[in-house]
Ligand binder design. Structure first.
Ligand code: BGC
Length: 796
C-alpha cells in the first residue's frame, strides 16, 4: 500500500442527544399533526439522523453510536415531545453488528456470525437464504434494533474489490434474487432492511470521491438490474445510496437515480438514506430524493435550512421526506412498543449458520491422483480409514469467519478447522498443532506490538487500522524431513489458504496471487505426501477470487469454504467427512490470470486507497482512482469470458458434488409472456446431493447486435436427491426478461426472433438447448444518467 491519505472525524458532528427509548405502543402516527408542529429547523434535524450521538472516539470509524443499542451504526432523530422515538439502524450483512459488551453491564450481546454474502449466494438456494435472513432478523428484533443495513448487492465487477465478500455475484439475476430472499427473510420479523449501496459502488479505492463512468446500457442491464429485481420482489423498507459519483453526479445527489429510476420507474415507496457521510450538499441530497442523511452533519443541517429559505429545496419536498421517515418509524418495533428480550435464539441460529455454510461451499477439484493408500479413491469425502489429519496453513488454526469493516459481526466464537475436525471425531497431528499455535501466537504478538508502535507515531492511523484488514502472517514452513515424518503419521493432509479483506481497501495483486510461502508450502506438502502415497486437500478460507491455475494441479482436492461464519470449522468438516455433499456453485468467474478479466485494465490496482472518512477530499483527475471508466461495458464476468472465448480457471456457475447428475426431458412451454422450461434432474451417483440448474438465454443474432453470447435468466436448486432419485424443476422466464437497453431510443427492447434456452450445470456445461420464438416489444425508459464524455467501450 502506498502512503495513505486519511481524514478522520472532525469534532462537533453531534447534533442532539438521543434519549428516547421505548415509547408507549401506538399504532399510527398522525403525520399531518406531527408536520404541523415542526419548524423548518425541526424538520432539518429530523431528516439528518443524530450525528453519531454518543459515539466513542474509539469506535467511530465506521457507523457506531452508543445510543439505545450500543455499537449500532446510527439512529433516526427522535421527536420526544411528539412521541416519535429514534429507531435504531444497525449493520449487517453477515449478521447484526452491535457491541458485544456494554459498560457497567455483565451481560453479553453477541450476535451470530453467518457466512459472508458471497457464500450465501453460492448456495443458489433462495429458501435457505430466506431462512438465514429470518434468523438474522430475529437477532435484529430481539436486540432492539429496527433496521438492518443490509444486504449489500453491488456487482463483483473485478476480483479485487475489497468488499466483494459482502456482495453476491458478477451477475444481476443472482444478486437480485439472493437479495430478495434475504430481505424477505429479515423483514418477516417486522424489522426493516436497507439494500445498499445504490449504485455502482464497485471499488473501495477513493470510495467517497470516485466517479464511476458507465454507459447507460451497462448501468441498466448490469449495475441497476439486481437492485430492480430485489426491490420489486421484496420491498425493502429502506435503500442506501452509495458514496461514489455516477457519470459526474454523486449517487446521493442524483435525482435521476433516486426519483426517476428508483421511485418513478420501479415504483419504490420506502425510505432512502445516504451511506455514512456520503455526498457533499445536504439540500441537493434531499432534493434528489434521499429522505435521511446519515449519520448527520452540521453542514447538512445548515444546507437544508438555507436551501429551503433560498428556494433551492422546496419545503414540500422536505415534508415528503419527513413523512417517509415517519412511515419507517411507524412500522418499527420500537414505535410499536415491542419489548425486546436481548435473548435471541443463538443456539438455533448456530445450526442455521452451520447448514447454510455447508451449502455454499464449492468443490473445485476431487481426483484420485495419488491415492494408493485409499485404493484409488477420491480424496473427498474422507474414506473410512482417514482418522488422523495433518493440518497445514495458519488459517486452519485461526479460521476467518468473515470480512472487516461494517460487515464484521461481534461473534462469541469461531469454530476453526482444528476444532471442527475434533468435533467430527478426527484426530489431528499434535506436534503440528503445537508448532502452529506457537507460531500464530508469536505473529499476533508482533503485529500488536507493531500497532502499538504505530499508535505512538500516528494515533489516527492506528485507530483506523483496527477497522482495516490486517496482513496475515507468512505461512509457516517445514523441512522435507519434518514433512516426511508428519506424512508417515498422518492419513491425509489439509492445507488452508486464507485471505482477509474488508471495507476501505481494495485487495492487491499480492492478495490475488499466492505468496511465496504459500506456494512453497503447497508444493512441498504435495511432493512429500504424494511420495508417501497420501493425499492432499487444499481448503480456501477466502472472501474473493484468487489465482489457482498455476497450482491447482498439485493437490488432489480443492474445496472453497469461503469465509463461512462462526461455525465454519464444523461446516467444513460436515463436507470433508461426507456427512453432506457440497452443492455450492460459483457466482463469479475465476480468471486464469488477473489480467484476463477485462476490467483489470480499468480498476485501481495497488493504488493509494484514499481513506476519507468524513468526505473532505476533492474531486481529482487520476484515472481509476478519481474516476473509473467501465470500458468492459456490459461484458462483466462470464458475459466477457464467454463472448470473447477467453479461457478461465473456473467458470461462472461451476461446482462439483460427491455425486453425479443427469439432465433429461428438457421442455419449454410458452403461455403469453411467460416461458417455462422443465428439466428432470436425476442423481446418478451413489451419494445424496443437490444440484443447481441454470437457465441461460442466447439472443438471436447476439454477436452482430453486440449482445453477450448468453445471459443467466433463471436458476433453481433441487431438493436433496437420494441416489437414483429424480426431480423435475421448472425455471420461469418472462419475455420481458429478454430485453436489452437501447441507448439511442432510451428503451428496453426485446428483439423479435428465435431465442436459445440453454439448460446448464455451469456457464461452460450446457446440458440441453431449446429454442423458442419471441415477439418483439419496446418499453420506453427515461434518458438519464448519461456519461459526460466518450469512452472506449468494448464491443463484440
Ligand atoms: C458502509 C455502509 C455501512 C455504514 C454504517 C459505511 O461505511 O459503507 O455499508 O452500512 O458505514 O456503518
Amino acid at each position: 500500500m502506498k502512503k495513505t491519505a486519511i481524514f478522520l472525524f472532525a469534532a462537533g458532528a453531534t447534533l442532539a442527544a438521543c434519549t428516547g427509548s421505548d415509547q408507549a405502543a401506538q399504532k399510527n402516527i398522525d403525520q399531518q399533526e406531527v408536520l404541523s408542529r415542526l419548524s423548518l429547523e425541526d424538520k432539518a434535524h429530523f431528516v439528518i439522523g443524530t450525528g453519531m450521538a454518543g459515539f466513542s472516539g474509539d469506535n467511530a470509524v465506521i457507523g457506531a453510536t452508543k445510543n439505545l443499542v450500543p455499537g449500532a451504526a446510527g439512529t433516526t432523530y427522535p421527536l420526544d415531545s411528539l412521541g416519535i422515538p429514534a429507531v435504531v439502524l444497525a449493520d449487517g450483512p453477515a449478521g447484526l453488528r452491535i457491541d458485544a459488551t456494554r459498560e457497567g453491564d455483565t451481560a453479553t450481546y453477541y450476535c451470530t456470525h453467518f457466512p459472508i454474502g458471497t457464500l450465501l449466494a453460492s448456495t443458489w438456494n433462495t429458501t435457505l437464504i430466506e431462512e438465514v435472513g429470518q434468523a438474522i432478523g430475529e437477532e435484529v428484533k430481539e436486540y432492539g434494533a429496527d433496521v438492518l443495513l443490509a444486504p449489500a448487492i453491488n456487482i463483483m465487477r473485478n476480483p479485487l474489490c475489497g468488499r466483494n465478500f459482502e456482495y453476491y455475484s458478477e451477475d444481476p439475476v443472482v444478486a437480485g434474487n439472493t437479495a430478495a430472499a434475504y430481505i424477505n427473510g429479515v423483514q418477516k420479523n417486522g424489522v426493516g432492511t436497507s439494500i445498499k449501496h445504490f449504485a455502482a459502488n464497485n471499488q473501495e479505492t477513493n470510495r467517497m470521491n470516485t466517479d464511476a463512468r458507465i454507459s447507460q446500457r451497462a448501468l441498466r442491464e448490469i449495475y441497476l438490474k439486481g437492485f430492480e429485481i430485489a426491490i420489486k420482489e421484496s420491498k425493502p423498507w429502506t435503500v442506501m445510496t452509495s458514496y461514489n459519483y455516477i457519470n459526474g453526479t454523486y449517487s446521493s445527489e442524483s435525482k435521476d437515480l433516486v426519483e426517476t429510476i428508483l421511485r418513478e420507474e420501479w415504483g419504490y415507496e420506502g425510505t432512502v438514506m445516504t451511506d455514512w457521510f456520503g455526498g457533499k450538499d445536504g439540500a441537493l441530497q434531499m432534493w434528489a430524493g434521499n429522505d435521511m442523511l446519515q449519520p448527520g452533519k452540521q453542514e447538512q443541517f445548515d444546507s437544508i435550512v438555507a436551501g429551503v429559505k433560498s428556494g433551492k429545496l422546496a419545503e414540500a419536498d422536505l415534508d415528503r421526506s419527513v413523512q417517509r421517515i415517519l412511515n419507517l418509524v411507524e412500522k418499527s418495533p420500537r414505535y410499536q412498543g415491542y419489548k425486546y428480550s436481548n435473548k435471541p435464539d443463538l443456539k438455533a441460529h448456530a445450526a442455521v449458520t452451520r447448514q447454510s455454510a455447508v451449502e455454499g461451499m464449492v468443490l473445485m477439484k476431487n481426483e484420485a491422483t495419488a491415492a494408493p493408500t485409499q485404493g484409488g479413491a477420491k480424496p473427498l469425502p474422507f474414506a473410512e480409514g482417514i482418522k488422523n489429519v495433518a493440518l497445514y496453513g495458519n488459517t486452519s488454526y485461526d479460521f476467518i469467519a468473515g470480512g472487516t469493516g461494517s460487515g464484521n459481526v461481534n461473534h462469541a466464537y469461531v469454530v476453526s478447522l482444528l476444532d471442527g475436525l475434533k468435533n467430527g471425531g478426527y484426530t489431528v497431528a499434535e506436534d503440528l498443532k503445537n508448532a502452529y499455535e506457537a507460531y500464530i501466537a508469536d505473529a499476533k504478538q508482533k503485529a500488536a506490538a507493531a500497532l502499538e508502535e504505530q499508535a505512538k507515531k500516528d494515533p489516527q492511523m492506528a485507530q483506523l487500522a483496527r477497522f482495516l484488514p490486517q496482513p496475515l502472517p507468512p505461512e509457516k514452513l517445514f523441512s522435507d524431513s519434518e514433512l516426511t515424518a508428519q506424512a508417515t503419521a498422518a492419513d491425509i493432509a489439509v492445507i488452508t489458504l486464507g485471505r482477509l479483506s474488508g471495507e476501505f481497501l481494495d485487495r492487491s495483486m499480492a492478495d490475488f496471487n499466492l505468496s511465496a510461502s504459500e506456494r512453497q508450502l503447497i508444493t512441498q506438502v504435495c511432493n512429500v505426501y504424494h511420495k508417501a502415497g497420501k493425499q492432499v486437500v487444499v481448503l480456501l478460507n477466502i472472501g474473493g477470487v484468487i489465482e489457482t491455475a498455476s497450482w491447482s494441479h498439485l493437490p488432489d482436492a480443492i474445496l472453497c469454504a469461503w469465509q463461512a461464519g462462526q461455525e465454519g470449522g464444523n461446516s467444513v468438516v460436515d463436507v470433508l467427512s461426507g456427512k453432506q455433499s457440497p452443492s455450492g456453485k460459483f457466482t463469479m468467474t475465476w480468471p486464469v490470470k488477473f489480467t484476463d478479466a477485462y476490467s483489470s485494465r480499468c480498476f485501481p490496482i495497488d493504488e493509494d486507497p484514499r481513506i476519507d472518512m468524513m468526505n473532505q477530499g476533492q474531486k481529482g483527475d487520476v484515472r481509476n482512482v478519481d474516476y473509473t471508466e467501465y470500458e468492459e461495458d456490459i461484458y462483466v464476468g462470464y458475459r466477457y469470458f464467454d463472448s470473447f472465448d477467453v479461457p478461465v480457471a473456473y467458470p461462472f456457475g461451476f461446482g462439483l458434488s460427491y455425486t453425479t447428475f443427469e439432465y433429461s426431458d428438457a421442455k419449454c412451454s410458452v403461455d403469453g409472456d411467460n416461458i417455462a422450461v422443465n428439466i428432470t434432474v436425476k442423481n446418478t451417483g451413489s451419494r445424496e446431493g443437490k444440484e443447481v440448474v441454470q437457465l441461460y438465454i442466447a439472443a438471436p443474432d447476439a454477436k452482430a447486435q453486440n449482445k453477450p453470447a448468453k445471459e443467466l435468466k433463471a436458476f433453481a436448486k433441487t431438493k436433496l436427491l437420494k441416489p437414483g432419485e429424480s426431480q423435475t424443476l421448472t425455471l420461469k422466464v418472462s419475455t420481458a426478461d429478454l430485453v436489452s437497453f437501447d441507448e439511442a431510443s432510451s428503451a428496453w427492447v426485446v428483439a423479435e426472433g428465435e431465442y436459445q434456452m440453454l439448460v446448464a450445470a455451469s456457464a461452460a456445461d450446457i446440458r440441453a438447448t431449446l429454442t423458442t420464438h419471441v415477439k418483439g416489444s419496446t418499453t420506453q425508459a427515461h434518458n438519464v444518467l448519461k456519461p459526460q464524455g466518450q469512452m472506449n467501450l468494448l464491443r463484440r
